[in-house]
Design a protein around this ligand. Structure first.
Ligand code: AMP
Length: 193
């Protein structure tokens, strides 16, 4: 099994790079943002509860997203590995993920952190807002999401750095240049394609 975390602030390109990785390596993509948006769309109780928080750019409670990830790991029990995108977003979530993977006899092999300057994040997210119409891609909410990232999510990088699993990738380049840098990292430790 090979388990990878794609880490970075909102707008850093985690979803875009995940799509390329899945195609090449056949890993299962677990994006808590995508799962939450499909719950909202389906109008489930969880979706209704999450929608208010998401629309304001606040994080959804740890126990909610940890529960979602646990059931997805069970659902894909035979998978060759996972790409975690947008999760873990707090140290509590990282500790829970490590415990869940340990129970399954596996671990996180690497965290790739996409580094992008704030002005570029804002530019990309406003553009996505125009194209995709995501409610949380407006200037006020983007600033709050970046602040949530700085305060609650950034410490997750140190958590995996302490396990020698953190690798930084310059994320303010073209999609293909970023992917080439990711592949170079994975060539040292990653899955077979
Ligand atoms: P994303 O699509 O990853 O940008 O996530 C969109 C929104 O979903 C976030 O602003 C949060 O409100 C919520 N969310 C997604 N993943 C998580 C997570 N791991 N922990 C808490 N909230 C999350």
């Amino acid at each position: 099994m090979f388990n990878l975390i794609l880490f970075g602030p909102p707008g850093s390109g985690k979803g875009t790079q995940s799509a390329k990785l899945i195609e090449q390596y056949g890993l299962v993509h677990l994006s808590t943002g995508d799962i939450l948006r499909s719950e909202v769309k389906a109008g489930t109780a969880l979706g209704l509860e999450a929608k208010k928080l998401m629309d304001q750019g606040n994080l959804v409670p740890d126990e909610v997203v940890i529960g979602m990830i646990e059931s997805k790991l069970d659902e894909h029990a035979g998978a060759g590995g996972f790409i975690f995108d947008g999760f873990p977003r707090t140290v509590e979530q990282a500790e829970a993920l490590d415990a869940l993977l340990l129970r399954k006899g596996t671990t996180i092999h690497s965290m790739l952190a996409l580094e992008v300057p704030q002005a570029e994040l804002m530019r990309r997210l406003l553009e996505r807002g125009r194209i995709e119409g995501r409610v949380d891609d407006n200037e006020h909410t983007i600033l709050h999401r970046i602040s949530e990232y700085r305060h609650k999510t950034k410490p997750v990088a140190s958590y995996y750095d302490a396990q020698q699993k953190l690798r930084s990738i310059a994320g303010d380049k073209s999609i293909d240049q970023i992917y080439a840098a990711i592949q170079a990292q994975l060539a040292q430790l990653g899955p077979e394609d």
